[in-house]
Design a protein around this ligand. Structure first.
Ligand code: HEC
Length: 109
């Protein structure tokens, strides 16, 4: 009985919250799954991964990165850049949301 209540409440809050935050949430989840390994949870870059790949991983939280045109980020993500693989399997909309997420990492700088 109890578990059903928990499930009902969780389901309900998901329904209530999801229309507003779905796009941002899915881009965030995608970032966690596909980008964080190299760029780190906060976008500052993973030193371990940089060493393993023998490459400089750019800090995504800098002011300069925040100023980078969205089109340029989109291009890098959809085609890949240097040792970064392309972010495949995303719709145009999802790619745009991901660019917005990348931009949000440098917000306020
Ligand atoms: C295998 C490690 C790796 C993964 C996974 C990865 N990146 Fe990168 N990323 C890099 C490296 C290395 C560069 C520097 C590329 C260069 O300039 O040669 C880079 C560059 C970038 C840049 C700067 C692009 C530019 O125009 O200078 C952005 C933004 C970025 N990554 C976002 C992401 C996002 C978002 C994801 C997830 C979809 C991701 N990266 C996944 C390694 C990675």
């Amino acid at each position: 009985m109890r578990i059903h209540n928990v499930l009902a409440i969780t389901g309900l809050s998901f329904l209530l919250l999801s229309p507003l935050s779905y796009a941002a949430e899915s881009a965030k989840t995608f970032y966690t799954n596909r980008c964080q390994g190299c760029h780190g949870p906060d976008g500052k870059g993973s030193p371990t991964m940089a060493k393993a790949l023998q490459v400089a991983i750019p800090d995504l939280t800098t002011k300069e990165m925040g100023k980078k045109p969205g089109a340029e980020i989109l291009e890098a993500l959809s085609k890949g850049k240097g040792k970064m693989p392309a972010a495949t399997g995303l719709s145009d909309k999802e790619l745009k949301d991901l660019v917005a997420h990348v931009k949000s990492l440098s917000k306020g700088k």
